[in-house]
Ligand binder design. Sequence first.
Ligand SMILES: Cc1ncc(COP(=O)(O)O)c(C=O)c1O
Length: 413
Amino acid sequence: MSETEVAVAPSPLLLTDGRPAAGAWSLDPALRHLNHGSFGAVPLVAQERQAALRAEMERSPVVWFPALPQRIAAARIELAAFLDVDAGDLALVPNASAGASVVYAALDRRRGGEIVVTDHGYGAVTMGAERLARRWGGRVRTARVPLDADEEQAYEAVLAEVGEATDLVVVDQITSATARRLPVERIGAELRRREVPLLVDGAHAPGLLATPLADATYDFWTGNLHKWGCAPRGTASLVARGPLRDRLYPLIDSWGAADPYPDRFDQQGTVDATAYLAAPTALDLVERTWGWPAARRYMDDLADYGAHVIGAAFARLTGDGRPVDVGMPVPGMRLVRLPDGLAASRVEADALRDRVAHELAVEAAFTSFAGLGYLRLSAHVYNTAADYEYFAEECVPVLGDWARENSGKRSAR
Ligand SMILES: Cc1ncc(COP(=O)(O)O)c(C=O)c1O
C-alpha cells in the first residue's frame, strides 16, 4: 500500500457466540499483544484439552505411557493433514530448534565441511550450524541477502556461497528478524541437482502459509505448530523425504531406536507429550470458527493496516514512514522501520522489547538487521485494528523520545 492510500481497518473477527475472537484466548487484557510470532498463544480449548490429557496421565500412568506412541502416531496423522504432507514423512519434535538439532546430529562431513547460512538466519539455529562446522573442522559461510532482495537476487546470493566444499545449506522459509520469505523451493531444486543437503527452517510457516511444503524438493524441513498454529508449546514438525532421512534420530535415544523414520520419534522415554496430543484442538478451533484461509486473510489485512497506521505515526516524528520493502513479503507479518537510536543490535532490540512490555504494557517484537532497528508486526485472529491504533497513538511518541535520548547519549560519548 502506498503512503497516499487510505488504510482500511478490517472488521474484528468474532467467535460463533458473537464475542470478540480474543475471548477464546487467555491473554492478559491489561496488555496489548502485538507479537504472536515469537512464542504463539494457546487458545483456551487447547489449554483445557491439554489439562484433561494431563489429568488422564496422572490418573493412571501405567496405562498412559505404554499407549502413548500410538496416540502420538495418531496426532501425527492429523498434523500432517494440516500441513498437507504424508504422515509417513513427518516426525514430531518439541520445537524448530530441536528439528534443526536432529538434522545437525545426523549428517557427516563428506566434502569440505562447509555449511552455508544466510545473514537472515535465526541466531540459535545458526549457532548450531557453527558448532557442527567446528566439529567437522570446517566453517560456516554466510550468504548476504539484501533486505529488499527479490527472488532472483536472494537465490543468487545463497548459491554464490555454495561450492565443492559445501556439506549443508540452512535457509529460512520465513525469516525471523526481517519477516520475509527466501526462495527455498528454487534453492532446494538446485541443491538437489548438486546433491547438497538443504535444511529449511520453516519455524514460522505452519498456519501462515497454506501449504508450506508444496513444491518442496529439499531434504529436511522443520516448522513450529506452536507459533501460528497456536498449538500448546513444545509442538513442532520435522519433514524429511529424501534418502538421508533414515539417518534421523530423535534427540533422546529411546525404545523406538530400531523403528523406521518417523515412527522412532514417537517414543522419547518418559516425557509429557500432551502438547502433541492437544495440538489438533488448537488447529480445529481456527478451522471451525473462521476457516484457515479466512483467518490468514484477516491476519494479512490487519498486519497491512497496522504497518500503515504505525508507519504513518513514525512518519509524523521522523518524516520517514515508507513501508519497508522486504523483497518477498509474507502474509501476516510486516516490518516498520524504527527511528535511529532504537534497536541497532539484537541485544538492544531485546532490551527495547522488555522495556516496552514493562513500561508501556505492550508485547511487541523489535528486531535488528544490518545495524537498523525494526518493529516486527505479526497479527493473529485475536488482534484488532484498535491494537495498532493504540500503538501508533500511545507508544510511537514515547519511542520517539527514547530514540532521541539514545541518540543524544551516543553523540555525547
Ligand atoms: C526462523 C526461526 N527459526 C527457529 C526458531 C526457533 O523456534 P523454537 O524456539 O520454537 O525452537 C524461531 C523462533 O522464533 C524462528 O523464528
